[in-house]
Design a protein around this ligand. Structure first.
Ligand code: AMP
Length: 456
């Protein structure tokens, strides 16, 4: 399929061509015709699938083709996004795709002064991209009216819920005209989001580009069992590999992100932290340095990393595993964007094993274990005695507890059920598992036994 098959008008086709897009991504191919036809739509798609263009292109076209009923420039399309970064990126996308049109897009978000935003609103905008908090603020102050909205997009609905914005979102929805086109996008579809979709629209078209909550196919995933105090040493060891060119490292806390970035810098690894306590300017600078390749390692918390649209992130490393399994799906979706391959490594300490189990349940596959690294998890708690492992050859699959799956190096069968034999993907959708298990890119991490001397 070509973009011209999507019945897009010439100014949009030219813009898409200038962006360097050759063919529509699956979400674009599926969603654009429905949105152009004015239908309500629920899209199950992660960031990285091209979903912004999937809604931005047909929205621009509808705004151009249907005469403005207001007689003057008034907000005709509203896009709600959970984070400032994502909101900015959506606005930039509207501006890029709309560069040969007269449509004007504006973004508003908190954490910065409101005056420039208010001034821009006064000059008139057609498309408003907003985070919920600042939008409600400006609505309450009378600077924004939503009664002229024709198209409403709720983007990353599941994150809105996770981040506690759902009440704000409901208040905003209540201020929208009843007669409108509504689009909802979400990477996962938990029951709350389904209920919200039902509340928002009647019989929407549903499009889904990856089976729900299965992880992007091209991402090679692996897990390293490691003690908490050796995570940094393991990270530095992995970073010796220069194929890890542009890497997003996730920590649980802002403090942890700062500390890790500082420690990496001390070890002469270009790193910066990005999190909610940094000023907007500092976040934008960190992001720009990362995009330019000045910073090799961007250490991020989940909220700050949400929606970061940097192509060519070669690796995502979960320095701390998230306690919400959906977050894992979001995190690793930062790599393998727009058709590229990517790798996601996860560090799992004793306390995080339950998180790993939850993640594997959600993604419906076992993440291959790399145990041939210099900082294996120490022998362990009575609770999981089998964590004591034999030495293994590299690249062979392991059982969950680290023992050899089908046979150990001394020819003994592992105490526990073999991982590969017992844990097959459960759904047809999770075709990822086969490719992941066979593509153990970590073969590149040659064992370099050294005592774990440094600690966090
Ligand atoms: P999104 O899922 O909207 O965040 O988009 C992810 C990335 O894919 C962005 O960097 C887009 O510029 C890029 N992209 C979107 N559509 C296409 C396409 N049809 N071909 C190639 N890249 C695309």
């Amino acid at each position: 399929m070509q973009f011209s098959d999507l019945q897009l008008i010439d100014p949009l086709l030219r813009a898409v061509h200038d962006e360097g897009y050759r063919t529509p991504t699956p979400i674009q191919a599926q969603a654009v015709p429905h949105i152009l036809a004015g239908k309500n739509l629920v899209g199950c798609a992660q960031t990285g699938t091209g979903k912004t263009a999937a809604f931005a292109l047909p929205i621009l076209q509808r705004l151009i083709e249907t005469p403005n009923p207001n007689g003057h420039r008034a907000i005709r399309a509203l896009i709600l996004s959970p984070t400032r970064e994502l909101a900015s990126q959506i606005q930039e996308s509207f501006s890029s795709y709309g560069r040969f049109t007269k449509i004007r897009a504006q973004v508003i978000f908190g954490g910065v002064g409101q005056n420039p935003q208010v001034e821009a609103l006064k000059r008139g905008v057609d498309v408003l991209v907003a985070t919920p908090g600042r939008l409600l603020d400006l609505m309450n102050q009378g600077y924004v009216k939503l009664n002229t909205i024709e198209i409403f997009v709720l983007d990353e609905a599941d994150r809105m819920l996770d981040m506690g914005f759902i009440h704000d979102v409901r208040k905003i929805i209540a201020a929208l005209p009843v007669k409108r086109q509504t689009l909802l996008f979400s990477a996962t579809m938990p029951p709350e989001i389904q209920a919200l979709a039902e509340h928002l629209m009647y019989k929407p078209v549903r499009v889904e580009v990856t089976p729900q909550a299965t992880t992007v196919e091209r991402i090679t995933q692996s897990v390293y069992f490691v003690d908490k105090q050796h995570k940094r040493a393991l990270l530095e060891h992995l970073l010796d590999d220069h194929k890890i060119r542009r890497v997003l490292v996730f920590t649980r806390t802002k403090h942890g992100a700062n500390k890790l970035a500082e420690q990496l810098e001390r070890s002469r690894i270009n790193a910066e932290a990005i999190h909610g306590n940094k000023s907007q300017t500092a976040r934008e600078r960190a992001l720009a340095n990362f995009k330019k390749g000045v910073t090799r390692v961007l250490v991020a918390t989940d909220i700050a990393a949400r929606g970061i649209d940097v192509d060519d992130v070669t690796h995502v490393i979960n320095y701390d595993l998230p306690n919400e399994p959906e977050t894992y799906v979001h995190r690793i979706g930062r790599t393998a964007r727009a058709g590229a391959d990517g790798a996601a490594y996860s560090f799992c300490d004793h306390e995080e094993r339950a998180y790993l189990r939850d993640i594997e349940k959600l993604i419906r596959l076992r993440v291959p274990i790399i145990d041939d690294h210099p900082y294996p998890m120490s022998a362990v708690s009575a609770e999981v005695p089998q964590l004591q492992r034999p030495q293994h050859r590299q690249g062979q699959p392991q059982s969950r507890n680290g023992s050899r799956g089908s046979s150990s190096s001394n020819g003994q069968r592992g105490q526990n059920a073999p991982r590969r034999e017992t844990r097959q993907p459960m759904s047809a959708g999770s075709s990822t598992s086969a490719s992941n298990s066979s593509r153990s890119s970590e073969a590149q991490h040659k064992p370099r036994r050294r005592p774990p001397t440094r600690s966090n």
